[in-house]
Design a protein around this ligand. Structure first.
Ligand SMILES: [Zn+2]
Length: 345
């Protein structure tokens, strides 16, 4: 079968790999219908040291079950399923606490496993990992892009809003107009946020942010951006700040834009190792939270809104490519020509 392999910075190839096949009784094989390129894939695309063996890519996919092992009683060939970006048994103590990303028997796609950016995937712990979608959704359904966002990007935006305690009396700043930031806006609106400001400077993206629920768009960064948020909030800052960029500058902006007693949540793949939470932030009672989104814990909750059309997170996809065009999809996302690239193998 064909699949995407990254060999180093800027070097993504689609090539022949061994067919996905059952290995354990708890496995399933899923034929991929839709996949995508993640903003987090762009970090290795920008900096991965050259490697002889390469790294299988893709951790967001939905598809049709092709085969199941003997210990996957809930699924059968032909079922349409979505996979969260971390696989898990969904039964251990961490999973029962809704922290499937810390599953005792789980792991990441692509590391010695198939990735989502290919024709098919061997899914370990298939019974716990895969979420079956209602029958009757066809292979060309316009719902597929939004259903695919449940794999990662919309759940990640939702996690930012949930961990920040966003609710009806919350004012929110979202930093970043990438796909995660836009999904965080949509998630904050879905949770009833009183007012949402989006910090970003790419007009097509911030326009979608307005459509998703942002009342204000702030193009300024750093101290000027903080000043704008403070002006909008009587000098105080917002109750919640969702940091969806992952740079040191973004977390500094977040700490400046948050109201005393407020919460900063960071999601995605932060590229800094230190957060400047000094005595001043202690005196302001700022909470820092966020983390990797346990998408598996959220999919069932978010699914009805996607199926019912109340929300359409799939609007973050602004380009569709076939599997052989995936390298160009990486290039387009890295150069910001595309916001998020959908793959149709
Ligand atoms: Zn588990």
């Amino acid at each position: 079968m064909r699949a995407t392999v990254m060999y180093g910075a800027g070097d993504v190839r689609v090539e022949d790999v061994p067919d996905a096949a059952l290995r354990e009784p708890t496995d399933a094989v899923v034929r991929v219908l839709r996949s995508c390129i993640c903003g987090s894939d762009l970090w290795p695309y920008g900096s991965m040291p050259a490697s002889e063996h390469g790294q299988r890519m893709g951790h967001e996919f939905l598809g049709v079950v092709a085969d199941t092992g003997a210990e996957v009683p809930g699924l059968r060939a032909g079922d349409l399923v979505v996979a969260p970006f971390v696989w898990a048994d969904n039964t251990c103590d961490f999973c029962r606490e809704g922290l499937q990303t810390s599953c005792r028997h789980g792991g990441l796609w692509g590391h010695d496993l198939d990735g989502g950016q290919g024709e098919a995937v061997r899914v370990p712990q298939a019974q716990g990992t895969l979420v079956k979608l209602p029958s009757g959704i066809g292979a060309d359904s316009p719902l597929l892009p939004s259903l695919l966002t449940l794999s990662d990007v919309f759940c990640t935006g939702h996690h930012a809003a949930v961990t920040a305690g966003v609710g009806p009396r919350t004012t929110v700043t979202v930093i970043g107009d990438g796909a995660v930031g836009l999904c965080a806006v949509l998630a904050a609106r879905r949770l009833g946020a009183e007012r949402i400001a989006l910090m970003g400077r790419h007009k097509e993206r911030t326009d979608l942010g307005r459509e998703f629920g942002a009342a204000e768009v702030i193009a300024e960064r750093g101290a000027e951006g903080i000043e704008r948020i403070r002006e909008l909030t009587g000098g105080d800052g917002t109750h919640a700040v969702l940091e969806c960029v992952g740079t040191r500058e973004a977390i500094e902006t977040a700490l400046g834009a948050v109201r005393d007693g407020g919460v900063v949540s960071r999601v995605g793949a932060p590229q800094y190792s230190e957060v400047p939470m000094d005595f001043g932030t202690l005196m302001r009672n700022i909470t820092l939270t966020g983390g990797v989104a346990p998408a598996r814990a959220y999919i069932e909750e978010l699914l009805p809104d996607v199926l019912g059309g109340t929300i359409e997170p799939g609007l973050v996809f602004d380009r569709t490519v076939g599997l052989e065009e995936v390298p160009d999809g990486y290039r387009a996302m890295a150069s910001r020509e595309a916001l998020k690239v959908l793959i149709r193998p």
